[in-house]
Design a protein around this ligand. Sequence first.
Ligand code: G3I
Ligand code: 9MR
Ligand code: ZN
Length: 539
Amino acid sequence: MAHDICPIAVNQIGYPARAAKTACFTKAGEFRVVDAATGETVYTGRTGEARHDPDSGVSVAHGDFTALTAPGRYRIEMDGASSAAFDISDRPYHELHRGLLKAFYHFRCGMDLVPEIAGPWSRGACHLKPAVVYGDPERRIDGRGGWHDAGDYGKYTVPAAKAVADLLLAYECFPGAFREPVPIPETDGRMPDVLHECRYELDFLFNMQDEATGGVHHKLTTLGFPPLNRKAEEDDGDLYVMPVSPTATADFAAVMALASRVLRPFDPAYADRCLAAARRAWDWLERHPDAPGFRNPPGVSTGEYGDRRGDRDERYWAAAELYRATGEAAYHEAFRRLAREDFDRFALGWADMGGYGTAAYLMNGRDRADAALYDELLEGLRAEADRIAGLVDASGYRVSLERHEYVWGSNMLVMNDAMLLLIADRLLGNEAWRAAALDQIHYLLGRNVLGISFVTGYGERSCRDPHYRPGVADGIDDPVPGFVAGGPNAGLQDERMRAELQGKPPAQCYVDHRDSYAGNEVAIYWNSPAVFAVSAFAE
Ligand code: G3I
Ligand code: 9MR
Ligand code: ZN
């Protein structure tokens, strides 16, 4: 059944004691903040005026309770309605942050997930068979390990590169958020767990690089999706490694170069290996300047991750990371050349990776850059952050999405915007951008028209029934915690959405049902920008 509109929407995890605190009401009036345990009123306030919010289809009034700073657990009440409970504390996102990162362990393929770490969601090793090279049926490669992409069991290079990049950048920008172990099996007290987790995926990605050419296979999947109730360890259809693609090769080059830089202090030999793989992938790109984009070959119906807008942005990112990792003029030259091509230089994927290239070049510093290009990119970043912050200010729920952005995986766009704002804040220093980024976390955690936290297991009214095969198959009532659901999608691209959500305004186009793969699937690259964003507030 479609969800009701929420009269009082809050971030159901909570608010940092010193941050701005706003709840969203569907009408104006007096509100009370009450102690969740005793019901005692601790704060009273009046909302601002209610204003119609077309994307959500309701009127929204903001109730500010920034002045309440005393740590505690609260609810907000108005006219007999009560919000979900939430905390005010110095570090409210500590557990959430660990949960979002721990989700990657649950995505792991090819190893036992043991009860000591996976809890009730333990399962056996899956997808151990060698993969057939598509189009060359005599050849096999070892494609074990890595993360499943999402609610399916495919492993796709392009979105994997985004996911690893987000985690590596989160660590680079906010190392203080990663001091404590998650823990995962590799926890060693020396290298932070987030980097161990990335290595699990990088180890898999190495095998996706074709030994002979240096090109990188687009994906490793079965020919089609298995049924929704198929356990990972019983998904025994033949595995195929699909053809090499330019987007996969460029994303691989970029993320390997990035990994070489971030992992070097902990394991120089591994870093060398990453860099060598990145260089080989780059050489393939140089030899294939006009290679066609990936299309699913005959007989294959798993995720395509095609890229209608081409591979210039991925190449730009690769050149930026290789330049940043090596300081070599040839990569710098390539970057400057690619910067003149036509693509979005501030988008953060999975199809549009220009923002990663820009961020890498800017974070490398002006003294190592072409000054004119550096300044142009920095000004562009400032304008983009201002644009996003303006959208937040104009939105009832203070979410950055424009009306046409309620698409499949809209929550990724929300978290990508938060990420962009935080990168801009890091380079240019602007508290308003940081505050706008925090607003995006509030939206994700329940301050939205449906009052649903889109992170499983986090929030009193969080989503519970994601499109996620291991979870459907395990028969356990509670979902694996820490997964970000795709979110509202006005495209209604599955039967369940079409049956329940016809005619709804975009922000209400979401149903917490396992069949809704176009709105309620989970995915590594929806979790990863959330890890980045929450890291900024979890140090
Ligand atoms: O950006 C366009 C916009 O220009 C257009 O107006 C609008 C109207 O439909 O659509 C927007 O594009 C959508 C695009 O996602 C946005 O990224 C497409 O409709 C939509 O079909 C597309 O969905 C992708 C989906 O696969 C289907 O191909 C999702 O991005 C992508 O995250 C998802 O990925 C799947 C994998 O294939 C398989 N594994 C699970 C994973 C998550 O669901
Ligand atoms: O379950 C699949 C999901 O993981 C993918 O993201 C999605 C992409 O199109 O496809 C889902 O599979 C559905 C298929 O596309 C259509 N028939 C129903 C399948 C779900 O059970
Ligand atoms: Zn698997």
